[in-house]
Design a protein around this ligand. Structure first.
Ligand code: SAM
Length: 269
């Protein structure tokens, strides 16, 4: 950071890691890096990049928005071999990571917290494209990703993640591990796609049902599902779900059952 004048910018969510023990531990969580392509979003000056290369990444593509980081990344490429490290300057939200390199693909990232959740949501929609996602985010977000029904953290993000992915919270990382330290504790999550989704549903319809239910999370479904239009009592009865239950008690499979009924009604079945 000193050599390249890389003062961290809050607007880019920059909190850098330099402890090679920690970055290697994150890299190992992604499994066998020797096959296909590993994609790192937001490498910054390359702390995690070096961890991934040290753990054997055969082809690593890094996508960084901040051009100031490129000279530091070029040094890493020169040291580890340009055939192993491809540097892409750009906004990861606008690039199709599923088309980078060859399969199998995995994403490993210490995500910028301001745009980490929208980034993750785009990858969650592509369980066909990635064999693993290993992401560091605020601990509170990782808790929501992994939360079980009935817990306070269970919500839209839990359903969006767990429908297609098995989510594991691996370990927490204290603010002092970063330069500069963030205000909150971070955590690393590992997500692997299920062989098939937990239950069938149309993705957009499921999203609408889950948003309606959690939009009024303290209310019973017979109230919260009114915003979908139609009769919530009939909808719940057709899905075999008690309309006096609240969103946070429903499993992912039960949300899918509601979504299937909504889709069938729209199709006039
Ligand atoms: N991977 C590095 C590490 O662990 O030390 C840096 C992590 S830092 C939390 C997040 C990085 O993401 C920063 O380098 C920032 O410039 C980059 N970034 C922010 N928004 C981005 C975007 N839209 N696309 C690509 N990179 C982005």
């Amino acid at each position: 950071m000193r050599k390249h004048g890389l003062a961290a910018r809050r607007s880019l969510g920059q909190h850098f890691l330099f402890d090679l023990n920690l970055t290697r531990r994150i890299a190992r969580a992604a499994g066998d890096l020797g096959r296909g392509t590993t994609i790192e979003v937001g490498p910054g000056p390359g702390g995690l990049t070096r961890g991934l290369l040290a753990e054997g990444a055969a082809h690593l593509v890094v996508v960084e928005r901040d051009a100031r980081a490129l000279p530091a990344l070029e040094e890493i490429a020169a040291f580890w071999g340009r055939e192993r490290l491809t540097i892409v300057e750009g906004d990861a939200l606008e690039l199709d990571l599923a088309a980078m390199g060859t399969a199998p693909r995995r994403i490993v990232a210490n995500l910028p917290y301001n745009v980490g959740t929208p980034m993750l949501l785009t990858w969650l929609a592509r369980p066909d494209a990635f064999e693993t996602l290993v992401v560091m985010l605020q601990k509170e977000v990782v808790e929501r990703l992994a939360a079980a029904p009935g817990s306070a953290a269970y919500g839209r993000l839990s359903v969006a993640a767990q429908w297609h992915w098995q989510v594991r919270r691996l370990f927490d990382v204290a603010p002092s591990a970063f330069s500069p330290p963030p205000a909150v504790v971070s955590a690393v999550a590992e997500l692997r796609p299920h062989a098939k989704p937990l239950a069938e549903a149309d993705a957009k319809t499921l999203e609408r049902v889950v948003a309606a239910a959690f939009g009024q999370r303290r209310k019973m479904l017979r109230q919260s599902l009114k915003s979908l239009g139609g009769d919530p009592l009939a909808l719940c009865a057709a899905a075999d779900i008690d309309a006096t239950r609240r969103a946070e008690t429903l499993s992912v499979e039960e949300f899918c059952a509601l979504a299937r009924v909504v889709s069938a009604r729209r199709a006039g079945v």
